[in-house]
Design a protein around this ligand. Structure first.
Ligand SMILES: Nc1ncnc2c1ncn2[C@@H]1O[C@H](COP(=O)(O)OP(=O)(O)OP(=O)(O)O)[C@@H](O)[C@H]1O
Length: 325
């Protein structure tokens, strides 16, 4: 579904540098007995590509629907471009792609966009512009019924871009796409991040890691973390550490005989023997000290950043190690 209204080039509803583009405080929404969103607070600053990450059913779509006024929050405050949700002044500067985009299948992509543009008083040149942004000029005159899912999604993004919105809201924009389609959509989103504030939802950790500056992780409707992607990746906790040290047998005794680290396993074969273990964030000095005190030469200690996936599973308590669903 695409949601767009007319464009207001400036004035009320446009975000200045300090004003949050999206500002939520204690937002709650239930459907009967289901608490879809529980006390969510977050701020999206101008120019950010902001991710809403959570497994299926976490409440992502409901949160995005609240922002565009499709769903009314039960409690809390919602401000989009400084205005209440569904305020026409703010909505003019919001482009949204929530759920599957609906187009007339027997019409071309270009004609579909023209219909949407004209309904909002936008010139045909705006259609040409957005087709260019999503790199769909070549396919623009083919019927939408013959489009791949990826092309439909790109056309959906093009529709959301009509009128050059300040805020672009994309609900699971790569859902159902093949790997090429996903890569193209991610590249497009990164590119769009230079033009507008982008708020996108995903249950795909790698996607958020690749595309977003900042992320809120929600689980069962509630925020479990809200941070920059890099800070989230830097979160304290067990980290994978690789150790190169000699002599091997002495090092092995030290590495396998302490409660300060865990999972010390030998790796690398005869030509490059080393150990891999899990260690607390600040545990490296103790590790090196223990080795040196035992007469071991420490050649290298390498810490690996945890993937966002590992952080996510820790935060949400999802240890299926699977899809994050
Ligand atoms: N209109 C509705 N009526 C009843 N329950 C709803 C409605 N919309 C959402 N829910 C419920 O609210 C919860 C959150 O759903 P929501 O679609 O927001 O999650 P999501 O994180 O977007 O999930 P997905 O990734 O599967 O789309 C789910 O339990 C869902 O069944």
């Amino acid at each position: 579904m695409t949601l767009r209204q007319e464009v207001a080039p400036s004035g009320p509803g446009s975000a200045d540098a300090d004003q949050a583009v999206v500002d939520l405080e204690g937002v709650t929404k239930s459907f009967g007995a289901v608490q879809a969103v529980r006390g969510v607070s977050l701020r999206v600053s101008p120019g950010q590509v902001y991710g809403v990450l959570g497994p299926n059913g976490a409440g992502k779509t409901t949160l995005l629907r609240v922002l565009v006024g499709l769903v009314r929050a039960d409690a809390g405050t919602v401000r989009v471009l400084g205005r209440p949700p569904a305020d026409p002044v703010a909505l003019r500067r919001v482009g949204a792609l929530i759920e599957s985009p609906a187009f007339v299948p027997h019409l071309s992509g270009r004609v579909n966009l023209r219909v949407l543009a004209r309904a909002r008083g936008l010139p045909d040149a705006e259609v040409v512009r957005v087709l260019g942004v999503v790199d769909m000029e070549k396919a623009a005159d083919r019927r939408v019924s013959g489009y791949s899912l990826g092309m439909r999604q790109r056309l959906g993004v093009a529709a959301a871009l009509l009128g050059d919105p300040s805020l672009l809201i994309l609900d699971e924009p790569t859902n159902g796409l093949d790997p090429d389609g996903m890569a193209a959509m991610r590249a497009l989103i990164r590119d769009l991040g230079g033009r507008a504030t982008v708020l996108l939802s995903s249950h795909m950790l790698g996607e958020i890691q690749q595309v977003c500056d900042r992320v809120v992780v929600i689980d069962k409707g509630a925020v479990v973390a809200e941070d920059s992607v890099s800070a989230l990746l830097d979160r304290a906790g067990a980290r994978n550490v690789t150790v190169w040290a000699k002599p091997m047998d002495v090092a092995e005794k030290v590495l396998q005989g302490s409660a300060l680290w865990s999972g010390a396993t030998r790796a690398g074969g005869a030509d490059d023997p080393h150990w891999r273990l899990e260690l607390d964030e600040d545990g490296v000095p103790a590790l090196v000290r223990a080795l040196v005190e035992a007469g071991v030469e420490v050649h290298e200690v390498r810490r690996e950043r945890r993937s966002l996936e590992q952080v996510f599973f820790t935060l949400t308590g999802d240890h299926t190690g699977g899809s994050g669903k």
